[in-house]
Ligand binder design. Structure first.
Ligand code: HPA
Length: 246
């Protein structure tokens, strides 16, 4: 079996999948951290790999950028490949002065300017939240390692190049950072967990977004490639500490 976008057979993909935006990052993560990584997808170069980490079967796959892209890949992972734990490992831009470049952000919730949740027919807005279990494990892992991190809301936007600096408004309701995917990830996990009767639904699907702050919209700073790599390594430590427990 293969889906329109993933050429794997069930069993090729672990129950826990790490999700960078960049498919080449997925390749690097697989080659750097996983033992015996096997590539399960090359459709559209959206590389996915499965291997083991400290004996635990773990997959890593790119999502592409933006809500439509992560929306479709995680839908297929959940509904066709029975993936239960989805951990986005991404980058984000700080929108408050309290958040520093290189910090780790854990998205307790995600706000959005996207219409993604309109599909559910809710006569209101949906608050997309992370798995408390994954969040708790990630917090404990980061504390144990002594890494600086913040937990809170992020703003998942559809628009990278904005006409107006709308991120300021989102900062004023407490969003810490801007990125472009997590809202859809959390929607898909909630929908699969609670929409009983749908194919593949009715069991708990857990999702968490963890990010390194790559730039600041407040100060205009951005990270060098070297800093990005260092900060990325800390985020990976946390994500893998969580993955190995699941
Ligand atoms: N905007 C949107 N997404 C991002 C940014 C940003 O400034 N930085 C990292 N991901």
């Amino acid at each position: 079996m293969s889906t329109p976008h993933i050429a794997a057979v069930p069993g090729d993909i672990a129950q826990t999948v790490l999700l960078p935006g960049d498919p080449l990052r997925a390749k690097v993560v697989a080659e750097t951290y996983l033992e015996n990584p096997v590539c399960f997808n090359t459709i559209r170069n959206m590389f996915g790999y499965t291997g083991t980490y400290k004996g635990k079967k773990v997959s890593v796959m790119g999502t592409g950028m933006g809500i439509p892209s992560i929306g479709l890949y995680t839908h297929e992972l959940i509904h066709f490949y029975d993936v239960r734990n989805l951990i986005r490992i991404g980058s984000c831009g700080a929108i408050t002065p309290d958040v520093k470049i290189g910090d780790i952000i854990m998205a307790q919730g995600a706000c959005t300017d996207s219409s993604y949740a309109y599909q559910y027919g809710l006569q209101g807005s949906f608050s997309a939240i992370s798995s408390f279990d994954l969040l708790r494990r990630a917090v404990l892992a980061a504390e144990e390692r002594g890494y600086a991190f913040d937990v809170g809301n992020v703003f998942s936007t559809d628009i990278f190049y904005k006409e107006q600096p709308l991120w300021k408004k989102w900062a004023q309701v407490g969003c810490l950072a801007v990125e472009m995917e997590t809202y859809a990830l959390y929607c898909n996990a909630a929908r699969a967990t609670y929409a009983y009767g749908d194919a593949g639904a009715g069991h708990e699907v857990k999702a968490l977004g963890i990010f390194t702050v790559s730039d600041s919209l407040v100060t205009g700073e951005s990270t060098s490639a070297q800093e990005r790599q260092h900060n990325f390594t800390n985020m990976m430590d946390v994500a893998l500490d969580v993955a190995v427990q699941l």
